[in-house]
Design a protein around this ligand. Structure first.
Ligand code: OSB
Ligand code: MG
Length: 368
């Protein structure tokens, strides 16, 4: 299979409500989509980099630049493509994992469609639906938070994740436990907002029986996470720190985390995510699939990944209407607390042409 060219397309989607985390507020997504055109079929990838580099160093304009200048030419020059070829051809570029993941997925989607093979089966999925959790942003008041959580539980979400930061941690968690009880699967995500000096304060979360605390400290602070983990009963899970399968294995060996949030974009692609899965499953480390407010394109691939057997906890794989009034693809819906893995070839979904046109802000064709 040969690459004929790649389209980089920017799409603007307003979120149904502002999403506030410890690193900022998102009102809408400025999505970079990658469409790979090959002599066999076309494929889609979504770059999870946000418009601004607040979660990680990557951002959408930077991803488009590195794709245009380095990654697309490298893959175009690789000749006959199989699923591993794009990763090998892009390996000389340091970092830029979210940009690499998007192009690798677009080529992989095309390759799978040409073979009429679903992504989930290719990755080794063992289920046809996945349990869905929901990530709940920081709110203006506890009353507002309780209303939001009540709404999500009413819809059937199987696990609640509360975003926390200094000044919004023990009180909202206590309020959610008090109102909804101890049976609700509950976890928190700090997005690196604390330091080891906060260990005593964070130990105050231990009495709430949380599944985990996600990324309490800075991305590069594995030693700090190991120290903190020794002082908390709540299991530490890492998100931002986990940039490859190797880092995941090292983080677990160091005692920096007991659970891993898997985001394919953050580790450089779905194939590296599968390697991470295999290594963690071998070591008995529980996994769950994170999210980056993806449209239906990225969501389809995440749901395929989350169907692998090592994903033993519900993920941030929520239904389309948790994010967008109008998704780019036919919407993912919550059924009995689960999302179905698309059964079609490749990622199993495509953008609806009229919706894609309406929401596109720019498009650029890069011939191979
Ligand atoms: O830290 O997991 C995170 C969204 C954007 C960037 C980082 C994170 C998140 C979420 C939402 O928590 C996950 C989702 O529902 O897509
Ligand atoms: Mg997180």
């Amino acid at each position: 299979m040969k690459l004929e060219g790649v389209e980089l397309r920017r799409v603007a989607l307003p979120l149904v409500s502002p999403f506030r985390t410890s690193f900022g507020v998102e009102q809408d997504r400025d999505v970079l989509l990658v469409r790979a055109v090959t002599d066999g079929a076309e494929g889609w990838g979504e770059c999870v980099a946000a418009a601004e580099p607040r979660y990680s160093s990557e951002y959408a304009d930077g991803a488009a630049d590195v794709l245009r200048r380095f990654l697309v030419p490298a893959v175009a020059g690789a000749g006959d493509l199989d699923p591993e070829a794009p990763g090998a051809a892009m390996a000389f570029v340091k970092g830029h994992r979210m940009a690499k993941a998007a192009l690798e997925l677009a080529v992989l989607d095309a390759w799978l469609r040409a073979r009429d093979e679903p992504l989930a089966g290719h990755l080794g999925a063992t289920r046809d639906r996945v349990p869905a959790g929901v990530s709940v942003g920081i709110m203006g008041s506890v009353a507002e938070l309780l209303d939001a959580v009540a709404g999500y539980l009413g819809q059937g979400y199987l696990r609640i994740k509360l975003k926390i930061e200094p000044g919004w941690d023990l009180e909202p968690v206590a309020a959610v436990r008090e109102r909804f009880g101890d049976e609700v699967l509950l976890q928190v995500d700090a997005n690196a907002a604390y330091t080891v000096a906060d260990a005593g304060h964070l130990a105050g979360l231990d009495r709430f029986g949380l599944l985990l605390i996600e990324q309490p400290l800075a991305e590069d602070d594995l030693a700090g996470h190991a120290e903190l983990a020794g002082r908390l009963a709540t299991p530490v899970c890492l998100d931002e720190s986990i940039t490859s399968a190797k880092v995941a294995v090292d983080a677990v060996a160091l005692g920096a985390c007991r659970i891993v949030n898997v985001k394919a974009g953050r580790v450089g692609g779905y194939l590296e995510a599968r390697r991470l899965h295999d290594a963690c499953r071998e070591r008995g480390v529980p996994l769950w699939c994170g999210g980056m407010l993806e449209t239906g394109i990225g969501r389809a691939a995440n749901v395929a990944l989350a169907a692998l057997p090592g994903f033993t906890l519900p993920g941030d794989t929520s239904a389309s209407d948790r994010y967008y009034r109008q998704d780019l693809t036919p919407p993912f819906v919550l059924r009995d607390g689960h999302l179905e893995v698309p059964p079609g070839p490749g990622i199993g979904v495509e953008p609806v042409p009229e919706i894609l046109e309406e929401l596109t802000t720019s498009a650029e064709w890069i011939p191979a």
